[in-house]
Design a protein around this ligand. Structure first.
Ligand SMILES: [Zn+2]
Length: 374
């Protein structure tokens, strides 16, 4: 059922316009994938999402497994029935969150220069997987390649991700190599588990290797040999944008050009504009909705902070060129007022706009690729 087709290959770069077909509908690519951690975007319901051409939503297995639990979702008939979303959904493996517990986020790690020691939430990391304690009720959970896939089977997204190991950003070459070998063993185990009951789900292999060119290319080779349905660029992507572009450059020649490619966790405008040139088809990030909840909204290629006093009497739409519900029906002054009055609707109106702004950006990019301008 899963299928990726390239509809147009740009003559300027490796950018392409394509289409992913899944059991729950199609995804025009390149596209932005908003993050709905718990099965829905924060402050925005599915009716607003469908209206805004959101063709793929990213949910987090770690959060869904801790609450309500994958069994509850399976009992409801899967994540689509449980959440009411009709369109395609992708889930991650839970690995990213678990390793963030162990090592801290890249941002906090950069601040502490890698001195942060393992959090006591993570009990043990070994060849079998990771043992950690639930932050909700303290119960011990053993997340393994097999159990991560079983959780993702119960959740039932259209696209799933194998369980992988994320070494800390500041790790020594020897540690990176060790993690590199293990993450590919874990991905093979994940794939084997998935193949026992495919259930119309596609699985993307995750390319690792940090900023090391040889390791990145070896990872592409290993995953291509395993024959995943698509590929996601993951692992450490460095601390500045040029590191990311280096990684994309290393991976580009080493992955099958006809396969769908996803960039994990990065979807800021400059990264998307450049990323599509390396043949990236989908980008997920919680940034647009998180920024909206902090009153930061996108206007063209700029951002404005609506809670600022200068918008108190600004009676134009957030973006006069935007066709979202917020821009068609309200003004900067009104949304500014809602933020100041701590109305929850402020988060909703700003989030609707930012998701629409991302979708509009992707539509423009697809058109530019069709015209061989990118
Ligand atoms: Zn708008």
């Amino acid at each position: 059922m899963f299928k990726f087709e390239i509809l147009h290959q740009s003559t300027q770069s490796s950018a392409r316009v394509g289409r992913i077909t899944t059991p729950h509908g199609v995804i025009d690519t390149p596209n932005y994938v908003p993050v709905g951690t718990n099965g829905i975007l924060k402050a925005v319901d599915h009716t607003m999402l469908n209206q805004h051409d959101c063709q793929l939503m990213f949910c987090n297995t770690y959060h869904l497994a801790l609450h309500p639990g994958a069994d509850v979702i399976a009992e409801a008939g899967g994540i689509h029935k449980f959440s009411g979303r009709k369109g395609p959904i992708i889930t991650d493996s839970g690995g990213f969150q678990v390793f963030s517990l162990a090592y801290g986020s890249v941002a906090s790690e950069l601040k502490s220069q890698g001195t942060k020691q393992t959090d006591n939430a993570v009990i043990k990391i070994d060849e079998s997987g990771v043992r950690f304690r639930s932050y909700r009720d303290g119960r011990e959970i053993h997340l393994t390649p097999e159990s991560s896939i079983q959780l993702q089977k119960k959740i039932g997204a259209d696209i799933i991700i194998p369980f992988d190991e994320l070494p800390p950003f500041h790790c020594k070459a020897v540690q990176l190599k060790k993690a590199f070998a293990r993450t590919h063993r874990w991905q093979q185990r994940s794939l084997t588990e998935h193949q026992k009951a495919v259930n119309n789900q596609a699985i993307y292999g995750v390319v690792h290797g940090g900023l090391d060119k040889q390791l990145r290319q070896k990872s592409c080779q290993l995953l291509t040999d395993m024959r995943f349905d698509g590929y996601a660029i993951g692992g450490s992507l460095g601390k500045q944008r040029s590191d990311l572009f280096d990684v994309l450059d290393y991976c580009k020649p080493s992955l099958p050009p006809e396969s769908a490619k996803h960039l994990l966790g990065i979807a800021d405008m400059p990264s998307i504009s450049e990323g599509v040139k390396y043949g990236i088809d989908t980008f997920d990030s919680c940034y647009p909705t998180r920024a909206a909840r902090h009153s930061v909204v996108f206007v063209g290629d700029e951002k404005i902070k609506l809670s600022s006093g200068k918008y108190k009497r600004d009676f134009q739409p957030i973006d006069p060129n935007c066709q979202c519900w917020t821009c068609k029906n309200s003004t900067r002054a009104f949304v500014h007022h809602l933020f100041k009055a701590h109305e929850p609707s402020a988060l909703t109106l700003a989030s609707i706009h930012n998701v629409q702004a991302m979708m509009d950006k992707m539509k423009r990019i697809r058109k530019q690729i069709m015209n061989n301008e990118i």
